[in-house]
Ligand binder design. Structure first.
Ligand code: ADP
Length: 516
C-alpha cells in the first residue's frame, strides 16, 4: 500500500465525530452524577471541603508547601488584592532515605525544618518576633495571636481520604515513597506536630489537590469578577476540579456526619475534584483503536485511567509510537524504508537505528507530537531532523515525515476533542449556559457576549500549552455540542492558570481561614 494511503487509514482510526462528542458528553454527565451520589463510582468526584473560589480581591501573606515527588517546595505568597501576587520560593530534593524511612517523623520533621529555614531566610523579622514572644511567654499557640500565624496550604500529591479542609489520611504512598507508618494517618496533623515542635508561627490550614489549586489560581488571576468554574490539567496526566452545588453532593449527606466530615455550608457550594482520568473505564463510549488497546494491556494498570490514556501527555507519544511501529512492520508499507537493502529483517531494511527509542515502550515523547503537528518547514525538515537526532531514524524522506505528521495530528486532535467532552460536561451539568440562545444564528449581534455571560475555565499542563491549536480543537468540539453551539462556545473563556501548588494552595489556605 502506498505510504500516504496507509497513513490516512491509520489517521482515520482516530477520528472522533460530532456524534461521538455528543455521546461522550451525555455519558460524562451521567458518570459525574453517579460519582456525586456514591462512593466507589468510576469517576470519584471527591469533595474537597473547599467552598469558595477567589475573585482577585483577596489580600494577605500566605504560605504553601508542595510534596509531589522528588522535591519539596516551600513558598510564601503575597496576594496584592488586584489579581496579582508575588511569590518567593525554595526547593529541596527529598533525601532518598527519608522516602523509605521507618517512621513518618523522620520525613515530616525534615519538612518542618525546611519551613523553618525558609522563614529564617525570607521572613526573618516575622520569625524572630514570633520566637521572642514565645520566649516571653506571651504567645500561647496558633489560635492566640492568629494574625501572626502564617496559614499554609499543603499540596500533597498522593492518594488521601479527605475528611475536612485540613484533614486527610494517607491511603497509600506512590512515586517511590514507602513509609508504612504513615498509612492511615492524617498527613496535616503529622506536619503540624513537627511545626509545633519547632515553635513555628505556621498553621496547616488546608490539604490541597493540585487540580483544585489550578482552579483557585485561575479564579484569582482571571480577568473579570465572575469566579472560575473549572480548573483542568492536561499535562503528564489529566484531571479537573469544578464548583458544584453542595446539595448535589448527595454522598456527603448519605454517609451521615462521619462521611460529611467538617462541611462548611455557608456558600452552598463545594469544589469537587472529579478525578476524570478514570472516566469511562468500562469503555462504553471512549474510542478504542488497536493502539489504545495494546497500550493499555501492556501498561502497569490495565483497565484503569482509560480517559487519561487517550488524552494526556504521558500516553499520546506511546500511542503514536505504536502506530508507527505497526506501519514499519507492515512489509507492504514503505515507511522509513531503506532502498539500498534487500534483507527481510525489519531492523536492517529500515533507516532506524537498532538502539532507536522507537523500539521501546514509552520511547516516544509527546512533545514530538507538537513538533510534527506544528511543523511548517519546507519538506518537514524539522520533523525529519528530530527523527534523526532524537529517534535514530536517519534519512527519513519528506513522505515519511508527512505520514508521521498526519497520524500525530490525528492523535492530538482526538485528545483535544476528548478534553472538550469533559469541559462541555462540566459546563452543561452545572447549568452555566442556562439561558438557551439561538445556537443556529449567524447574526453577529446575537453572537456578541457580555462579560457577565462568560464561563471561565483555567487550564494548565504542557499539552494544552504547547500542542499547536489544542484550544481551537477543543472549541470546535464544543460547537459540535448542540446545547452549547456557536454562541455557547463564545461564552467559554479558556485561560492558562499557572502555579496551582503555589498561589492556588495559598488561596485555599485563605478561604479555609475565612470559613474557619
Ligand atoms: P506535569 O503535568 O507533570 O506537572 P507538564 O505539564 O510539563 O508537567 O506535563 C508533562 C507532560 O507533557 C509529559 O508527558 C510530556 O511528554 C508532555 N510534554 C512536554 N512538552 C510537550 C510539548 N511541547 N507538547 C506536548 N506535550 C508535551
Amino acid at each position: 500500500m502506498a505510504l500516504a494511503a496507509a497513513a490516512e487509514r491509520v489517521a482515520a482510526e482516530f477520528e472522533y465525530s460530532a456524534q461521538d462528542v455528543q455521546r461522550g458528553v451525555k455519558e460524562f454527565i451521567r458518570q459525574m452524577d453517579e460519582g456525586l451520589g456514591k462512593q466507589g463510582a468510576t469517576m470519584s468526584q471527591i469533595p474537597t471541603y473547599v467552598t469558595a473560589v477567589p475573585n482577585g480581591t483577596e489580600k494577605g501573606l500566605y504560605m504553601a508547601v508542595d510534596l509531589g515527588g522528588t522535591n519539596f517546595r516551600v513558598c510564601s505568597i503575597q496576594l496584592h488584592g488586584n489579581s496579582t501576587f508575588s511569590l518567593t520560593q525554595s526547593k529541596v530534593k527529598i533525601p532518598q532515605e527519608l522516602m523509605v524511612a521507618k517512621t513518618s517523623k523522620e520525613l515530616f520533621s525534615f519538612l518542618a525544618k525546611q519551613i523553618e529555614t525558609f522563614l529564617k531566610t525570607h521572613h526573618n523579622e516575622h520569625y524572630v518576633n514570633h520566637v521572642e514572644r514565645r520566649r516571653r511567654g506571651s504567645y500561647i499557640g496558633a489560635s492566640f495571636h492568629d494574625e501572626e500565624v502564617f496559614h499554609l496550604g499543603f499540596t500533597f500529591s498522593f492518594p488521601v481520604q479527605q475528611s475536612g479542609i485540613n484533614k486527610g489520611t494517607l491511603i497509600r504512598w506512590t512515586k517511590g515513597f514507602d513509609i508504612k507508618d504513615t498509612i492511615g494517618k492524617d498527613v496535616c496533623a503529622l506536619l503540624q506536630k513537627e511545626i509545633d515542635l519547632l515553635h513555628l508561627p505556621v498553621k496547616v490550614a488546608a490539604l490541597v489537590n493540585d487540580t483544585v489549586g489550578t482552579l483557585m489560581a485561575r479564579s484569582y488571576t482571571s480577568p473579570g469578577k465572575t469566579g472560575t468554574l473549572l480548573g483542568a490539567i492536561f499535562g503528564t496526566g489529566t484531571n479537573g476540579a469544578y464548583v458544584e452545588k453542595l446539595d448535589r453532593v448527595t454522598k456527603l449527606k448519605k454517609g451521615g456526619s462521619k462521611a460529611a466530615g467538617d462541611v462548611d455550608d455557608s456558600t452552598g457550594e463545594m469544589i469537587i475534584n472529579t478525578e476524570w482520568g478514570s472516566f469511562d473505564n468500562q469503555l462504553s463510549v471512549l474510542p478504542s483503536t488497536s493502539y489504545d488497546k495494546s497500550l493499555d494491556a501492556e501498561s502497569n494498570n490495565p483497565g484503569i485511567q482509560m480517559f487519561e490514556k487517550r488524552v494526556s501527555g504521558m500516553f499520546l507519544g506511546e500511542i503514536l509510537r505504536r502506530a508507527i511501529v505497526d506501519l514499519i512492520k507492515d512489509p507492504s508499507v514503505p515507511l522509513f524504508s531503506d532502498e539500498h537493502s534487500n534483507q527481510n529483517d525489519i531492523h536492517s531494511t529500515t533507516n532506524i537505528h537498532d538502539q532507536s527509542a522507537l523500539w521501546n515502550q514509552w520511547g516516544l515523547d509527546t512533545s514530538f507530537l507538537s513538533i510534527a503537528s506544528g511543523d511548517t518547514s519546507a519538506g518537514l525538515k524539522v520533523t525529519r531532523q528530530t527523527l534523526d537526532n532524537d529517534y535514530g531514524v536517519s534519512a527519513a524522506s519528506a513522505e515519511d515525515a508527512e505520514a508521521v505528521r498526519l497520524i500525530a495530528s490525528a492523535i492530538g486532535k482526538r485528545a483535544a476533542r476528548l478534553s472538550a467532552v469533559a469541559i462541555a460536561a462540566v459546563i452543561l451539568s452545572t447549568g452555566k449556559l442556562s439561558h438557551p440562545t439561538d445556537i443556529a444564528t449567524t447574526n453577529d449581534a446575537k453572537l456578541e457576549v457580555n462579560e457577565d455571560e462568560i464561563v471561565d475555565v483555567g487550564v494548565d499542563g504542557s499539552l494544552v500549552e504547547f500542542y499547536p491549536n489544542f484550544e481551537e480543537f477543543i472549541r470546535e468540539a464544543l460547537r459540535d455540542v448542540p446545547e452549547i453551539g456557536v454562541r455557547g462556545e463564545r461564552r467559554v473563556r479558556i485561560g492558562i492558570a499557572k502555579d496551582g501548588s503555589g498561589v492556588g494552595a495559598a488561596l485555599i489556605a485563605l478561604v479555609a481561614d475565612r470559613a474557619g
